[in-house]
Write a new protein. Structure first.
Length: 289
């Protein structure tokens, strides 16, 4: 979908999985430098030196509306700070989830009931998205892995559609961080979105990972935005602060998202160098329009 088509379509219909969190007011989408179509989020794991309470307090101070990659059991802490979780972590009872994912049928017996329970829990706390992973190739051809993943997800998509939760496949790089991971290209992910044909299955486009694999970030995002529900931010190389020491210029990427009317969340998922609060504050500023 081209940018002008996306803008026209989004004026009439919200993208599935990107609805404003339950109880939130769309008119309150503000950033430190003004208004943007998208909203700010921060992931839990890079800031694990802080308690969840401390991360929530910092998020509120910085105008961030979501703390993500947490579990529904964490909802009371987020709700106490009027925060949502834009992307729920994978089910806690799924071991080695990144490497042993949906691309192999032998994993479906365990994944299907675990994800059904997770979808129910996410719906009960009113969060919009639940992450999932392809798993490693381990010699599996891309076409076979895609079909296996589709067949497994087809068994839980009716639950996702009934409950109003969007399953989001995260795209990783297989060059540096996740060797042999199968969903390592935008084209593969978009092909799976098309194969499933459900508004409750979209992509989590991690800008750090896809810069390593493909580059051409802005064009790729705009050409495929109809398939993308969520974004992650980090500097390249090194996954550190998204600042001038890195090769990506995030202000331009964020302006492109805003001009396209992207209504979802942009999550900071970088490993902070230096003072973590200062790094997060600077990252949000750079990613604001």
């Amino acid at each position: 979908m081209r940018r002008r088509d996306f803008v026209r379509a989004s004026a009439a219909l919200p993208i599935a999985g990107l609805e404003v969190a339950r109880g939130a007011d769309p008119s309150s989408r503000t950033s430190p430098r003004g208004r943007a179509s998208y909203r700010h989020s921060v992931t839990r794991w890079p800031f694990s030196d802080w308690s969840l309470e401390e991360l929530c307090e910092t998020a509120v101070d910085l105008g961030i509306e979501s703390v993500e990659l947490v579990q529904p059991t964490d909802a009371p802490v987020l709700e106490a700070h009027s925060l949502t979780c834009a992307m729920t972590a994978h089910p806690p009872d799924v071991p080695d989830a990144l490497r042993k994912g949906w691309n192999r049928t032998e994993h479906h017996e365990h994944l299907i009931p675990a994800y059904r329970r997770a979808l129910q829990a996410v719906a009960e706390v009113g969060w919009p998205n639940l992450i999932c992973f392809s798993g490693n190739r381990d010699g599996l051809e891309d076409a076979a892995g895609l079909e296996n993943m589709a067949r497994g997800l087809e068994q839980i998509l009716p639950d996702a559609e009934r409950l109003g939760v969007t399953l989001c496949l995260e795209l990783f790089n297989s060059k540096v961080d996740h060797p042999d991971y199968q969903a390592d290209s935008t084209a593969w992910g978009v092909a799976l979105v098309d194969r499933l044909g459900s508004n409750r299955f979209k992509l989590l486009y991690d800008i750090y990972h896809m810069q390593i694999m493909e580059g051409d970030v802005i064009r790729t995002i705009l050409d495929n935005q109809g398939a993308i529900a969520h974004f992650h931010v980090a500097g390249v190389p090194g996954r550190n602060n998204p600042d001038e020491t890195q090769e990506l210029f995030y202000p331009a990427i964020m302006r492109a998202l805003d001009e396209a009317g992207f209504p979802g969340f942009v999550g900071q998922e970088f490993v902070p160098a230096g003072d973590p609060r200062a790094a997060l504050e600077d990252a949000v500023r750079r990613c604001s329009v």
